[in-house]
Each structure stands twice: as structure tokens, then as C-alpha cells.
Design a protein around this ligand. Structure first.
Ligand SMILES: [Zn+2]
Length: 313
């Protein structure tokens, strides 16, 4: 996950936007009958991914993870589709990249898009010393967390069909960098291929969703460009009693994979916790390891997305 500027301010977005009903202090609980999300299972998927090594385009770890994702989706009967494309970076690196998607209830006329990036950053730019900075990011939170939630959701969507279509999208090349022209590559690719018809109605991006001390204020670009999606997601969190972790405040402005989709006319919200460790100390460092990711947080995020889906999207 990439670039952020800090413009914190309060905004009673959910309450003001939808009236007092959303501000009730007693959570209403999950949609009756919906499946529950297994945070421990998602945590195991984080460990699996980190075990492949850094998932930098062109490396063995990247290839191992691609094969693993496809195997996993295949074994669920999810018929994954791979979009292979190339990109030449500012430094002249020629990259072969892979977006992986899977649709559930593909016959439904209305569908939502849920996405995360699966690649990891080639270097730990934010590390304290030069040795650390030359090390690839392990990507337990920045890459594996969102991917793990999506893959665990895939198992859930296989077992219990959603009330509308759901498209899961694992995008590549989000974090290659360091230039911004060499980031968000998979999202830009997906956005470039969005037709005028048969589009998702909106998107939800998950990025860095595993910190042990979670906080998900509303990301600023999402608040401006995807207010309806924000309302749905933060209302779902409210119903589940997660208000303290999903405050109705607008936090950082984070440039991420949702931006190319918004620019292509697809309102997309970014669910991102950009305070990874104390003072964001683990972001883009060798400390982005499974020890610093929490099954409880993954479970909470998975529950919020499951609530969004099974309450009707
Ligand atoms: Zn990153």
C-alpha cells in the first residue's frame, strides 16, 4: 500500500447521511442466517502466503503464490479467470503481471466487486537502515491480509450463495514502485477493461486489514467519491458492534488501487488501516510479518464484508 497524506478531521458521515437509525448505541447484530467468517482460517492463509517468500513480480515467490491462488479457487469450483498483461517500469524492468478474478452467482444482473492486491513491495523503503531497506517486504499485512480475506470469502461464497453477484479480484503490481507510474498496475489494467455494460455497481478495496491494533476511519478519497459504499460498509460494522474500530471520521487520503477504478467511473471505497504498528512502524519494512498480523482483526474485517454481502450488498 502506497501513498498517504494526513488531513485528519471529524465527519459524522454515517450518522448525518442516514439519520439517527445508524447512530443507535445497541448493535443490531448480523443478518440472520448468514455464515460467519473464520479469522483463524484467514490467518493461516496469511502464513501460507508469507511462506512463499516475497511476491514480487518476476520472482519464484510470485509464481508460487499465483499457482496457489489458482489451485485454491479451482478447488472451490470458483473457475478463476487470469488476465495476464505486461508493464515496463520507469527503470526498464519488463514485468509480467496477473490479475485473478472469480465470480459467484455470475448469472445475477447486479454484482459488487471486492478487491485486494496480492503482490508485495520489492524493497522495504521505510526501514531504519540500509540493510533493511534492501530487503523485500514480507507483506503479511501489505498484500497477504486482504488476499487472505478474499480467499476465505471465496470459501464462504461457495458454501452459501450470496443474494447478488460477487466478483472477487486479486490485483497484481500494486506495490512495485517506487514511482507512482509503476504502482496500481493491476487496478489500472482492470479499470481500462471496464466496459460500458455489465459493470459491477460498486467496488470495495481491502488493503492492510490485519493490524493487531485496528482502526478504520473513512479514507478521504472514498468519502468523497464513494459515499454510498462507505455508508454501507460502516453501517455493517456498526450493526456488528465494531463502531470503536470503524469510527465515523475521515482519516488519511490514501492513494491506492481504488483510485483508477474511481477514475473509470466505478465508485470504490478503500477499507485500509494506515497505522500499522506504533506510528506505522511496520509499513514497508521487514517487520511486516505474520507476528504483527492478528487473526482477530482479520476476523472482524471478514465479518464486516460478509455482513455487507449477505445483507444484500
Ligand atoms: Zn505497500
Amino acid at each position: 500500500m502506497p501513498l498517504a497524506t494526513r488531513v485528519p478531521r471529524l465527519l459524522a458521515l454515517v450518522c448525518l447521511s442516514v439519520g439517527v437509525g445508524a447512530c443507535m448505541s445497541v448493535p443490531q447484530g448480523p443478518t440472520p442466517g448468514r455464515p460467519l467468517f473464520d479469522g483463524d482460517a484467514a490467518m493461516a492463509l496469511v502464513r501460507d502466503q508469507v511462506g512463499f517468500g516475497p511476491r514480487v513480480p518476476g520472482t519464484a515467490g510470485h509464481a508460487r503464490q499465483l499457482a496457489w491462488m489458482l489451485d485454491r479457487l479451482d478447488s472451490l469450483g470458483a473457475s478463476p479467470v487470469v488476465d495476464t498483461f505486461t508493464h515496463v517500469s520507469a527503470a526498464g524492468d519488463s514485468l509480467t503481471l496477473f490479475n485473478v478474478s472469480a465470480r459467484f452467482r455470475p448469472e445475477a444482473t447486479r454484482r459488487i466487486l471486492i478487491l485486494a492486491h496480492w503482490d508485495t513491495r520489492p524493497t522495504s523503503d521505510e526501514a531504519d537502515d540500509s540493510v533493511g531497506r534492501a530487503t523485500p517486504v514480507p507483506g503479511a499485512n501489505d498484500g497477504a491480509s486482504g488476499t487472505a480475506v478474499l480467499l476465505q470469502l471465496a470459501a464462504m461464497l461457495r458454501d452459501v450463495p450470496p443474494p447478488m453477484g460477487v466478483e472477487l479480484l486479486l490485483v497484481d503490481g500494486e506495490d512495485y514502485g517506487p514511482e507512482v507510474d509503476d504502482m496500481f498496475l493491476g487496478a489500472k489494467r482492470y479499470a481500462s477493461r471496464l466496459g460500458d455494460t455489465n459493470r459491477p455497481v460498486y467496488g470495495l478495496l481491502l488493503d492492510m486489514v490485519g493490524d493487531a491494533d485496528p482502526s478504520f476511519p473513512v479514507e478521504e478519497i472514498s468519502a468523497q467519491a464513494a459515499e454510498l459504499v462507505v455508508r454501507k460498509v460502516w453501517q455493517a460494522a456498526e450493526r456488528l458492534g465494531y463502531r470503536q474500530y470503524f469510527p465515523n471520521t475521515v482519516g488519511l487520503r490514501v492513494f491506492d488501487d481504488h483510485v483508477p477504478l474511481i477514475e473509470a467511473g466505478l465508485p470504490t471505497a478503500n477499507l485500509v488501516d494506515f497505522e500499522y504498528g506504533p506510528y506505522n512502524a511496520y509499513w514497508h519494512t521487514p517487520q511486516d510479518t505474520p507476528e504483527n498480523v492478528s487473526a482477530t482483526t482479520l476476523g472482524m474485517v471478514g465479518e464486516v464484508v460478509a455482513e455487507l454481502i449477505y445483507s444484500g450488498g
